[in-house]
Design a protein around this ligand. Sequence first.
Ligand SMILES: [Zn+2]
Ligand SMILES: [Zn+2]
Length: 158
Amino acid sequence: MVKNAVRQILELQKQVEVVKNQCAITKEAALQELRIQMESEKKEALSACRLEAQVALSRALLEAKSEKEAAVQQAIEQSRQEMEEKINSLVADKVEITKRCANCDREAFSECTGCHHVFYCSAFCQRRDWINHKDHCGENILDADCAELIDSCDDPTS
Ligand SMILES: [Zn+2]
Ligand SMILES: [Zn+2]
């Protein structure tokens, strides 16, 4: 009898233990579930936060881009102007360079006073070239005074 009672008690204790274990497992599972739920909520909150940040970032980037584009446009415009100036000065230089002595091809400092179309580095070269130039002097002048000019275009060095 006593043995039976002890066994029953032991059995009961075992059952209590089992229930306790089950309870612990259930609790653990509930906690786990709660943890998962919280985790997913956290994730959602995080992703929402991230999305917001992305939107803000892309907006900022867009603003920066349009600012940058304006700056780039300005830089392009500026360099275009600089290029134009450079080209103009180069063209001017070339015009300068074309002023070469008709006799010796060195840089010319004076022009034929008869026609203003040929240039000379010196009176010496002008004198030397006059024998060739006198037939062409005034050729390019096509106004009414042409003949008169040609007539008056004697040796300008004499
Ligand atoms: Zn010369
Ligand atoms: Zn001339």
